[in-house]
Design a protein around this ligand. Structure first.
Ligand SMILES: [Zn+2]
Length: 301
């Protein structure tokens, strides 16, 4: 049995998967705010509960914000800031009494969709989160790509490619730079630009509905969004040429992008044709926790 834990800023979700990926049990609890010790204890209790429910001992994989720095062995880049600088892998292994595998939450999304989701069977899968942030992960022949900086797939803080004159220098990003892909293609960025241009505050859902009802400003906003995403993904295609790109996060629910983006990336990708598939995720919000479980592909610890 595989146990997957998705450690989020507001909730911790746990799932127990059978060997064939069937869900045996699932639990969700609130994340203890600002307390590292309580977070460790909460995960320990969640694993114990899942094992009590199933009557089996499982392997444990954890999806987390940020990553364990290979250089220091401590957490970096986590927006749940009380994790930063802590030796989370060592402490959670001690608490659970077993080896634990950890990965960034966008990596877990990519692994889930590559294993038995929208990208199942594809040799290479680039998984993209388009949510409050923009992140990604790369799965090659069923395994996550891991590098010395633990940032593979993190292209959200690359600059938007082929920027138009009116896109320069671009919005300031929290990372300190301007014009990052995340500062154009995240959900909050999309809504902020619409409000700036139209002097009207709408949610993404409302903008999409307005476009469907024929609103010209809403259609223009969506067209711009699709073109920027096409440019951003064309860089990825030029670099790693994945067979499948799977989208997740709130913005992945916009139906139009699955036609609009492939219709546009042909003019950016360095190829006479582009056969890359752009797909919507299969497991939705469950991909984070399922991918964490699949960090043990062979199930034997
Ligand atoms: Zn940035």
């Amino acid at each position: 049995m595989r146990i997957g834990i998705d450690l989020g800023g507001t909730k911790i979700e746990g799932v127990a998967l059978a060997a064939d990926g069937r869900e045996l049990a699932r639990k969700r609890i609130a994340t203890p705010k600002s307390s590292y010790r309580e977070t460790i204890k909460a995960i320990e209790a969640l694993v114990a509960q899942l094992e009590a429910d199933t009557g089996e001992r499982g392997t444990v994989g954890i999806g987390m914000p940020g990553a364990i720095s290979p250089a220091t062995g401590r957490v970096k880049n986590a927006n749940s800031t009380w994790l930063n600088e802590m030796p989370f892998d060592v402490d959670i292994e001690a608490a659970l009494g077993r080896e634990v595998r950890l990965a960034n939450d966008a990596d877990c999304f990519a692994l889930s969709e590559a294993t038995d989701g929208a990208g199942a069977g594809a040799p290479t899968v680039f998984g993209v989160i388009l949510g409050t942030g923009v992140g990604g992960g790369l799965v090659i022949h069923g395994r996550l790509l891991n590098g010395p900086n633990a940032i593979a797939g993190e292209w959200g803080h690359n600059p938007l490619p082929w920027a138009l004159p009116d896109e320069l220098p671009g919005p300031r990003c929290y990372c300190g730079k301007e014009g990052c892909i995340e500062s154009w293609n995240s959900g909050p960025a999309f809504e902020a630009e619409y409000e700036l241009n139209e002097k009207e505050k709408l949610t993404t859902h409302e903008i999409v509905a307005a476009a469907q009802a024929g609103s010209r400003p809403a259609r223009v906003a969506l067209r711009r969004y699709s073109d920027r995403l096409a440019r951003a993904l064309s860089h990825v295609i030029n670099l790693i040429d994945p067979h499948v790109i799977v989208l997740g996060g709130g913005m992945s629910n916009i139906e139009a992008i699955y036609d609009e983006v492939p219709a546009r990336w042909g003019s950016y990708v360095f190829s006479d044709r582009v056969d890359t598939k752009l797909l919507r995720n299969k497991h939705g919000d469950a991909s984070g926790v399922r991918g964490a479980a699949w960090l043990w592909p062979d199930e034997t610890p």
